[in-house]
Design a protein around this ligand. Sequence first.
Ligand SMILES: *Cc1c(COP(=O)(O)O)cnc(C)c1O
Length: 392
Amino acid sequence: MNINDNYLNLEQSYLFPMIAKRVAEFKKNNPEKEVISLGIGDVTLPLPQVCVKALIKASQEMGQKETFRGYGPEQGYDFLLEAIINGDYKPLGINLSKEEVFVSDGAKCDVGNIQEILSVNNKVVICDPVYPVYLDTNIMAGREISKLICKAENNFVPQIPTEKADIIYLCSPNNPTGSVLTHKHLKEWVAYAKKNNSLIIFDSAYKEYIQDPTLPRSIYEIEGAKEVAIEIRSFSKTAGFTGLRCAYMVVPLELKGQSPKGLVSLNTLWRRRHTTKFNGVSYIVQRAAEAIYTQQGKKEIKEMISYYMQNAKIIKEELGKKFKVYGGENAPYIWLEVPCDSWQFFDELLNKCAVVGTPGSGFGEGGKGYFRLTAFGSRENTLKALERIKKL
Ligand SMILES: *Cc1c(COP(=O)(O)O)cnc(C)c1O
């Protein structure tokens, strides 16, 4: 038996274990100090009450003969597909049919799984710094990858490459830089993809954090995007579903890929893959996701996101006095330009302030000399951490 030796090409993930190790060491040597983490990439507020109620009701249904449900439709229940289409797309003037939306157990899984219907011979372009899953999953598959370094002078917005790429991953609002692509940027990307027959995989896990009403929330706001783009979204950061698990992917009917037998619908291929290898998200979780689209659900989510975005605003304002600061306006991430190496800054912040963040270099070459703070902490801890950093 031979293994998939592409796995041997993966770099060991030192980032989070290394952070944990250094924090543990610090705590051991400074037991009296309270360590505050602004490094977390996970939400901290509990589920909206409207979701909890939906979970309870759905669980009770599952416990009764008349309302029990076994295997559901692999692609998702109609009630959730309709809620997504009417709640997330109709208000943007985008028409989707139920066949184009696939409910899943996470955006991370979707990012990896979608590659199964795409040839390993595709050339992939990945922005840098970025969410590490795009890179690692393509290394596992053995694809040729080129990095698109996103620079401060362009506000960390990726610039259109000069050479041809087959698959491009875009993440907007961006983790970790907090940058957001405008209509103009997306138009350029859609035009590039059309010209080069490329596929854009658009990850908009943070679309609910966009505060500026002029910014696009979906790539399908751009004319012709349905012919070139898959959109991946998640309830994780939108509604605190990181532990509950629910996301969805849009694979438009217009989207075609090349094969020796001619053009093939990606939607058909993905349906075949999804219905063969996936048995659907649990009924109760889909009911919880549906609840987000009710009036009460929208209200609770708005409050949750405003809380985080208020944290982001406070961090950005305060640290803007000391550092060059990016992001934090339409994303829960604040990206600091630091005066030294990312890890050096990590150590200084930990040792002098007992505050934990994430070294930018952990998100790729382009993150060197930067540092990520998140708005997912409590207000109290965020303020306390800032007081300490002020004195740095
Ligand atoms: C958190 C995150 C995800 C993961 O979403 P899940 O649905 O929880 O798997 C996807 N993309 C980005 C950019 C993220 O930061």
